[in-house]
Write a protein that binds this ligand. Sequence first.
Ligand code: SAM
Length: 293
Amino acid sequence: MMKQSPIVSRTRELLADHNLALKKSLGQHFLVDERVLERIIDASELDVSTGVLEIGPGMGALTERLADRAGAVLAVEIDGRLIPILRELFADRPHVTVVHGDALQVDLRELMERHLGSAERRSVVANLPYYATSPILMRLLEERLPLDRIVVMIQKEVAERIMAEPGTKEYGSISVAVRYFAHVSWVCSVPRNCFVPRPQVDSAVICLRIRREPPVSVRNEDLFFRAVRAGFAQRRKTLTNALSAAFFGGKRKEELGGLLREIGIDPNRRGETLTLEEFARLADGLEQKLEKR
Ligand code: SAM
């Protein structure tokens, strides 16, 4: 029989000892590959001045490595069955705090302030559950939590969408939104056989370095994000038609065409070809149109 890695054996032992059936609905695929763990840790550039928020510590394989490097670790896990296991594993490491909660619901700002408040800089490092990747990422970014960096393992297709360039089929509202808040870089691809149980998709690790200021200035951020969503909502429509449907109940197409020409964007282009800068120009132009209504 092939020799198992220590993390695989430990994960299996923990599961057996606690008689736990994993929940696919919570994205419970545990990482059992040392090299990938090392890549995540390297990309996180941790030291004792860093406080780390980990979302979904699972059986603690990544948590343990974070605890070896960072000054403080705050691990938020939704599955109550894992909490006693994690608390026992880290009982002799007072700089690790395990919180039972849903990362989409708990007050992350308050938790970070309480447990990572004394750190010089703060990062999120996590192997995110597939079902909630986008909402968790967007929550971290949109709430403008005091973060320097986010290093996450996510489904490979989602990572490719985030990294995509305008005009490609992967480019979508998440590519624009994430880039508005952060510089993104690819860390590594992770095949499905690096997890137990093995998922049906491959994964990738990406690193987001949070920008101090957005790369474009927009007068109304909500409108900017609405324009981005509208631009991608119906991919086969021209920008004029997509905007008219989203903002004016299918009307005022001529006026919109005029606005687009005025700001230097061909009205027949499709939303998925617009750059971040063009979406920003569009949002500012739309704001004037909406004001005049
Ligand atoms: N960090 C572990 C690893 O790398 O092996 C586990 C990662 S596993 C992909 C995702 C973990 O997130 C699971 O432990 C799951 O229970 C937890 N989880 C799922 N949804 C969550 C949520 N909304 N808030 C916090 N944790 C969540």
